[in-house]
Ligand binder design. Sequence first.
Ligand code: PLP
Length: 484
Amino acid sequence: MSTTDLLASLQNSFIGRDTEYPTVDGKRGPRIYLDSAASTLMMGPAYDVGHEFLEHYASTHSDLHYAARGASHAFEWAHDKVLEFVGADPANYCCFFAGSGATAGFNRMAASLARARPGRDVVLVSEMEHHSNDLPHRHHNAEVVHIPCEGEFERYGGLDMESLRATFDQYGERVNYIAVTGASNVSGAITPLAEVAALAHAVGAYLIVDASQMIAHAPADMDAADVDVLVFSGHKIYAPGSPGAVIAKKSVLGEIKPAELGGGMVDDVYIAEYMPTATLPDREEAGTPNIVGAITLGAVLDLLTRVGMDKVREKEIALIDYAWKELSAIDGVTLYGPDPAEVARTGTLTFNIRGFDHGLTAAALNDYHNIQVRNGCFCAHPYVRELLKKELWEMDIDPDAPNAEGDIERKRGMARASLGLYTTRADLEALVAAVRDLVARRDEIKSQYEPIGSNGYRHRQFSPPAGDIFDPARNLENFLARSA
Ligand SMILES: Cc1ncc(COP(=O)(O)O)c(C=O)c1O
């Protein structure tokens, strides 16, 4: 099968891509899912691999009965697939799974590296980071220095390399590591990792990359960029329910003590002492792992490796260029982050429509157009505030005032449309048409909504209860009725 055919067949395989929902006009139709930066849909054949594995399910860490032997082999295969996908030579790198996303990996690495290198008391973090790749470093290290981005106001974004250079010069060998995103979850701005690695290594610091938003959108090559540690969430690359993945140089892991203790990571335990194993990744994977999730993730990565991430990226660039051009041409729409012609970006587009709060935009796109986008500050509050600064000032809101009162949550945020492998040009044409419709019918649509909570909106006549959408209890009742 050609890579083009494989890509097309994968694009059609996603579970839930065409799930139908009702809209305000009384119709029902397939959704357009543009919330992939939060979590992606499940790739069909990868789900099948995980599901079929259940026929042989057993825990790992044993070779002596058939199922455990199969499970151990498949779990090891998943590790190999991760290493291959991120261009990490197994001679130098090791992969381990942790938690249900990237958050566990950052907490682990922050705690372990702070403990392992107490003489280096400074950590650098970019201002674009998701809280997951900021707060663990603040918690575990004496000093965190935030590196600004280039540009200002709505064009703010893309790491300011001059400022980074100056900060490395200033702190030198006090820097333990720099933690930076591979691509922002707000603007999609991509970081030049090889350049950052060279600056870090010049003073003996490590580079930790948050690849959560990069992994499904752009090729990763840890060897070529000389990245020390890379962390990502499996649920952001078409394997919801899979674990987080940490890929680290063996030399780095050799310096740290295992952060989690329990079964599977020790050679022997006595009442008086215990001996953690030297074997990787076992040393870093205490407890019974998420085997099914890891195998599903391995299957996704195998298939995407066959397609080639260059090809995935090329397809996405065409979609980003189209959406950026069309949305920025609409009067009253502000797009955030650097222009993709100037800074490479992944398929994440944040925007506001004049006269609409971000929550209202998200609700109206859902209710009137069956388009699912996210809204808010996306767990990247400092970056979003910087991008919104001018608009908030114009509304007499001080973006930097902690605990500001009033309508601040309703005003402080954006709508975010984020792409996945399944996103088509037609999906984006529908988004552009829907945004135009919201602009054209601003007053009429606004009058249909009432504010709820600190930043939500509810349509006055049309608001199907959550239980009508999916209700596990109802599913069970159906099973029980069939079994009776
Ligand atoms: C850039 C980035 N980093 C980290 C995370 C945290 O990932 P998780 O919630 O899967 O741990 C996210 C999730 O949205 C993200 O977008």
